[in-house]
Each structure stands twice: as structure tokens, then as C-alpha cells.
Design a protein around this ligand. Structure first.
Ligand code: PGA
Length: 252
């Protein structure tokens, strides 16, 4: 049994004051829904304030990135220990980082390894671009992202990582994948690649999320799929009622 998992990726939105406001709107509703692991991933600058507001709740906290070096002269970067001080989770390899900031499967791998070494659960994002999708290359691309991004790790427990399947063409476009289509990528590509790396029982224990234009009105379609265990939510995670609705759908 895989516990449903819903994470909100706030991206580069919310000042500290705005974050406090959103969290205060979110907490009562989210606290009432157990049976679902729910996680907020706000910007680095708001983590301390959000963490204080989440104290005493069962709502988890995640960062949106980290650097793999332990410390040093890396201006502008955040170390795994710095993230571990505040967060239980970290998003790694989001398509926006791959597209705008030069993230590759190799740098994803180094970041995932660093997160695991610090006891942080990485939410590893994979997904094909529109061009790759239209060229019929979805399986090849997603399989490579898993096999290279998660290679050579000390992974035994399936709950030590979370994977998010986020087709790039569905992110922020209002054009979500079909639930059946997303499920088949998870079932036919992602779990087999995980199984190849770490064995079938590991692959069956990993939570795999869908991400890309998830809204409360369509979330249940995805959660009804046998291989989709939750969602990574961008735009809709910035609205308390939408995000709470998505978590409720995951609990149903
Ligand atoms: P979206 O973003 O829900 O706004 O499409 C998802 C994501 O980028 O994780």
C-alpha cells in the first residue's frame, strides 16, 4: 500500500508575508485530511517562516532545489545540510531547472545522492517535452531520466524517494495529460526503469506523482489510476481552496 502524496510547488511566488497568509489559509483544511501525505514547497526565503507555522501539524515542508557540495565558495547556492535543517523533502530536476538552469540527468543524480545522504526525501521530476512527445520519444526520454538520474544510489526503501511524472507540455499550460496516458507512462516506463535499477519490490513501493496543470476539478481522475499515487501541483497550489480540494480528492 502506497500512501497518497500531494505536494505544492510554489515556484518563485510569495514573499514572506504572502507565504504566511497562504499557509494560514491552508493549515486548517489540510490538517483535517489525514491518510494523505501533504507537503508545501515554498521558496527558500520563506522556509523558516513557513516551518514555524507548520509546527505541530502533520504537513511536511520541502525545498525546490539544493546544491550537492557540503559547503564552500558557491555563491548563491544552498547546501544539503541547510535544507535538512528545515525540510524533510526537496524537489529535484524540475523541468524549469532543466530548461533554464542547465540541470542534466547527471546533476540530478548528484543532487539526489546529496539529499539522500542528508536524510531528505527527494521528489525527482521527469517528463518529456512537446517535441519529444510528438516524435514518439516519451518512453526513451523518461526511461533515460530515471535510469541516469537515479543511478548508483544507495536505495533500499521505496519510501526514501518520490518520483513525479511531469510532461513538460502540460506544466503551466492548462493542458493536462489524460489520466490514462499518464498512468501508462508510470506503469510501462517509470516503474520498469525503477525495477531495473533497484528491483521490483522497490519499484512497486515508490510513490509516483503526476504533475502538469492539476486542478481540483480533474485531480480525482488521476488518483483513480492504479499507478498514480498523488500529484505535484504548481499554479493550483497557490490557491488554498484549490490545493485543499486536490488533497481531499487524494484522500477519497
Ligand atoms: P502546474 O505546475 O501545476 O502549474 O502545471 C506543475 C509543476 O511545475 O510542478
Amino acid at each position: 500500500m502506497r500512501t497518497p502524496f500531494v505536494a505544492g510547488n510554489w515556484k518563485m511566488y510569495k514573499t514572506v508575508a504572502e507565504a504566511r497568509h497562504l499557509v494560514s489559509e491552508l493549515v486548517p483544511g489540510l490538517q483535517a485530511i489525514n491518510k494523505v501525505e501533504r507537503v508545501l514547497c515554498p521558496p527558500f526565503t520563506t522556509l523558516l517562516a513557513v516551518r514555524a507555522l507548520l509546527e505541530g501539524t502533520e504537513i511536511g515542508l520541502g525545498a525546490q532545489n539544493l546544491y550537492w557540495e557540503a559547503s564552500g565558495a558557491y555563491t548563491g547556492e544552498i547546501s544539503p545540510a541547510m535544507v535538512a535543517e528545515l525540510c524533510q523533502f526537496v524537489i529535484i530536476g524540475h523541468s524549469e531547472r532543466r530548461t533554464y538552469f542547465g540541470e542534466t540527468d547527471n546533476t540530478v543524480n548528484r543532487r539526489v545522492q546529496a539529499a539522500l545522504e542528508h536524510g531528505i526525501i527527494p521528489i525527482v521530476c521527469v517528463g518529456e517535452t512537446l517535441e519529444e512527445n510528438e516524435a514518439g520519444r516519451t518512453s526513451e526520454v523518461v526511461s533515460r531520466q530515471i535510469r541516469e538520474g537515479l543511478a548508483r544510489l544507495d536505495l533500499v526503501e521505496g519510501n526514501s524517494i518520490v518520483v513525479a511524472y511531469e510532461p513538460v507540455w502540460a506544466i503551466g499550460t492548462g493542458r493536462a495529460a489524460t489520466a490514462e496516458g499518464a498512468n501508462s507512462v508510470v506503469c510501462d516506463v517509470i516503474r520498469p526503469a525503477l525495477s531495473e535499477l533497484y528491483g521490483e519490490s522497490f519499484a512497486q513501493a515508490v510513490r509516483v506523482l503526476y504533475g502538469g496543470s492539476v486542478k481540483a476539478s480533474i485531480a480525482a481522475d488521476f488518483f483513480a489510476q492504479p499507478d498514480i499515487d498523488g500529484a505535484l501541483v504548481g499554479g493550483a497550489s497557490l490557491k488554498a481552496d484549490e490545493f485543499t480540494g486536490i488533497v481531499q480528492a487524494a484522500a477519497a
